[in-house]
Design a binder for this molecule. Structure first.
Ligand code: FEO
Length: 394
């Protein structure tokens, strides 16, 4: 399905592609609902700007939408990742007079990634404006959303923020604007968890910076346009700055049922103590769902059997990913069953240098858990509940 150019407001258009089929991004991130690559065309009274492009496999769709566009003066590249920048060379071939507008950090990246000639660029400073005649673009640096070079554009006259990945969501849809808020909330949270959570401290500064602008609409580069942006801005505020929730996330693997028995016992004890739980059986888990739950979790308990003298490789993968995502989590423990020995706890504990967590006493048992092992899990549940209460996690 090829979408045609769609009008957003007077002389402001959505261009781009809906990718209904895509199921994986960066060969890592699951996209259960596909995605879109949004570009925007702004026709001022004197100059015309194209904001971002599309992923190269969708280049023909964008180029067809540009049929009939007589000139492009500026191609604003908010972010050098190829799902937005990858079609810039094709656009430059058709509009060789266009200048690529970027941050100074983006320029060498685009030269490296796309071999765009150096003289095609204009670099802009943070807060710099560019007049298109009766429409004015203001460029605002937003580093680490989610690469170091990223910026957004504010269109003053129409009070629209073109935010690129920021506030985006991976949903393929024929809707131009957000219609199902709950669905978009989930997709946006998944997206935040997978690529932005590690950079929370910088994103907090970006959120504060954007408070200086009257934003009536947010047009991201993935997913639908927010014509009522307050809720997504509040959601980001919570994900970035909010306290962890009274929630334990339990990613686990069980080979013969013993570790599963321990996870189930601990989860029941936690619920009895008033703590919420989310269980993720790693062989069947959508890793994006696990990432989303880490946005809120106060505690993570990894459940793993000992195999090949260490943790099950799937729990090692989940632990490595959690360390890379740097969630707000405050407490961590490890539980599981072993046959004769190994270095499970040491191996997993060595994989979380980024997590500023207090490690709670692990519970490992030999074979099937016995009554003392289950009592140890009860004590762990009580400790977690107490820690959450002391910290005021709700
Ligand atoms: Fe949608 Fe970071 O690219």
């Amino acid at each position: 399905m090829t979408m045609r150019k769609r009008k957003i407001k007077d002389r402001i258009y959505w261009l781009g592609a809906v990718d209904w089929d895509r199921r994986l991004f960066d060969s890592l991130i699951p996209l259960p609902d596909g995605t879109t690559y949004n570009a925007y065309l702004i026709e001022g009274s004197e100059k015309t700007a194209l904001l971002d492009t599309v992923d190269p496999p969708k280049a023909d769709e964008l180029m067809a939408q540009l049929d009939g566009v007589s000139k492009i003066d500026f191609i604003v590249s908010h972010h050098a990742e190829q799902d937005h920048s990858g079609t810039i060379p094709r656009v430059l071939d058709r509009f060789p007079e266009a200048k690529v507008v970027v941050t100074p950090k983006a320029k060498p990246m685009l030269i490296d990634l796309l071999k765009i000639p150096e003289n095609a660029f204009i670099t802009v400073e943070d807060g710099e404006t560019l007049s298109l005649g009766d429409k004015t673009l203001t460029f605002i640096y937003t580093p680490w959303v989610h690469w170091p070079e990223t910026m957004v554009t504010y269109l003053k006259e129409d009070r629209i923020l073109f935010s690129c990945d920021f506030y985006g969501s991976h949903i393929a849809s024929s809707d131009l604007f957000v219609t199902e808020q709950g669905r978009v909330y989930e997709a946006a949270k998944r997206y935040f968890a997978e690529i932005m959570m590690p950079f929370r401290n910088v994103i907090e500064k970006n959120i504060e910076k954007l408070k200086g602008y009257d934003i009536q609409m947010i047009a991201p580069s993935h997913g639908q346009i927010h014509d009522n942006p307050a809720w997504i801005m509040e959601a980001y505020q919570d994900w970035v700055m909010g306290a962890p929730h009274n929630l334990v996330v339990l990613p686990f693997v069980s080979m013969h049922g013993s570790t599963r028995q321990m996870i189930d016992h601990l989860a029941s004890a936690l619920v009895e103590n008033g703590v919420g739980v989310e269980l993720f059986s790693l062989p069947v888990t959508d890793i994006g769902k696990l990432a989303m739950s880490l946005v809120d979790a106060a505690t993570v308990v990894v459940g793993t059997p000992t195999v090949l003298a260490g943790p099950h490789p799937l729990t090692a993968y989940a632990t490595f990913l959690a360390n890379a995502l740097r969630p707000k989590v405050k407490f961590l423990s490890i539980i599981g069953s072993y046959g004769w020995g190994g270095k499970t706890v040491e191996t997993l504990a060595g994989m979380i240098p980024n997590l500023k967590v207090e490690v709670l006493e692990p519970v490992l048992c030999k074979g099937v858990p016995s009554v003392p092992d289950l009592k140890a899990l009860d004590r762990l549940a009580g400790t977690i509940a107490q820690k959450h209460k002391e910290n005021g996690f709700r």
